[in-house]
Design a protein around this ligand. Structure first.
Ligand code: MLT
Length: 387
């Protein structure tokens, strides 16, 4: 069989490879602890599960859903955005459901890029910021996140020749993988930069409510003018432990929302109606479960930071996301240190270079394993990993 150039040049998804490594070791009887993928271990809150069960029993949810989403779903997203961020969204024209934010990130390039057009991709960044544009026959060009700038990009440093071809850019705060958050006027500068250069901003807002130490993350859409230049990919996955449910929404610029809806009607048949109703329960129901979960992650974060420091790795506790972004010890690359931790401690961590060239020199550790497994992992790292 002959495959398209597109598929031939597509790397396997990062965590597909890691999943295989874990499966091989487990099949050989090794007790592997994975701090790899950011997949919450805590269950989805029960009121959301109950809403799903009830909705799944209703035959009205068994037929094709509307690709535009049930009005109740779009109104719940709008209500959430207003209560949480003070952002008013028109449910009829500024919201379209996504089968998880990943769907929108992977496919939005199909609405914006023609062959050889450029997407600026935060580097380090979620791998789909690179592979999504590839699917659209575009090109992702690295937008380096600068450590000294709090892992923000230096917008002034983007080459004019690249800017001339660039149509869109991907950024995300709270940031995967670095854990960086926005505490200054970056979003205002981003809006001005996008307007000046005729670029569409795609802000990946998957971690908005996973924050610590009293920090509250803004939505990109809070910034004046943001809606004119971009959209936000909103996700229920991390806030409500719903990674398996595939529920999210693209919100913001109505022209892009409309173009994306048109694309979607040709690609998929929408989100299961029962998942939409459960998402309404998540967004409109009690929110204390989200803060409680953040307290769990914050405790795990502090434990991990402390142990990493005792083994000689200086890590700043992040104010957001479920990840620690740690510089590797001297003499290591991100791949060699990851391999060493796996070989000596049977603990999976993710090499920073997998998030782009800008991730070299770092590893990412996820906080999404139960406390006792995290303690076991840190004990193994402390006792077995010789730096
Ligand atoms: C991550 O670990 O970066 C993400 O949760 C994985 C994903 O979204 O595929």
């Amino acid at each position: 069989m002959r495959f398209s150039q597109r598929v031939q040049s597509l790397p396997p998804y990062l965590f597909a490879g890691i999943e295989r490594q874990i499966a091989e070791r487990r099949a050989a009887g090794v007790d592997v602890i994975s701090l790899g993928i950011g997949d919450p271990d805590l269950p989805t809150p029960s009121h959301i599960v109950e809403a799903l069960a009830e909705a799944a029993a209703d035959p009205a949810t068994h037929q094709y859903p509307s690709n535009q989403g049930e009005p109740a779903f779009r109104e719940a997203v709008a209500g959430f955005y207003f209560t949480r961020f003070g952002v008013e969204l028109d449910p009829a024209s500024e919201i379209v459901p996504l089968l998880g934010a990943k769907e929108g990130i992977a496919h939005v390039g199909l609405a914006l890029l023609d062959q050889c057009d450029v997407a600026l991709a935060a580097d380090p960044g979620y791998p789909v910021y690179v592979t999504g544009p590839m699917l659209a026959d575009g090109t992702a060009v690295s937008l380096p996140l600068v450590r000294e700038l709090g892992f923000q990009p230096d917008l002034e440093a983007v080459e004019p020749s690249v800017l001339a071809k660039a149509r869109m850019m991907f950024v995300s705060y709270p940031n995967n993988p670095t854990g960086a958050v926005i505490e200054d006027d970056f979003f205002a500068r981003l809006v001005a930069f996008a307007a000046e250069n005729d670029l569409v901003v795609v802000h990946d807002n998957a971690y908005a409510d996973i924050t610590y130490d009293g920090y509250v993350a803004p939505s990109f859409l809070e910034t004046p003018g943001a809606r004119d230049v971009g959209v936000e990919m909103f996700s229920l996955s991390k806030s409500y432990n719903m990674t398996g449910w595939r529920s999210g929404a693209m919100v913001g610029n109505r022209d892009l929302v409309d173009a994306y809806w048109r694309l979607k009607t040709n690609m998929d048949s929408g989100m299961f109606g029962a998942v939409q109703r459960a998402s309404v329960a998540a967004l409109s129901g009690p929110q204390h479960c989200v803060r409680e979960m953040c307290e769990v992650y914050q405790r795990r974060r502090d434990l991990l930071v402390e142990v990493l420091r005792t083994v000689g790795m200086h890590v700043e506790p992040p104010k957001g996301t479920i990840y620690l972004w740690a510089p590797v010890p001297d003499g290591h690359t991100s791949a060699s240190f990851t391999a060493q931790v796996l070989d000596q401690a049977d603990v999976v961590i993710t090499p920073g270079a997998a998030y782009g060239a800008g991730g070299e020199g770092y590893v990412r550790l996820s906080l999404t394993v139960p406390d006792e497994r995290l303690r076991e992992a840190v004990q193994r790292i402390e006792e077995r990993v010789r730096i």
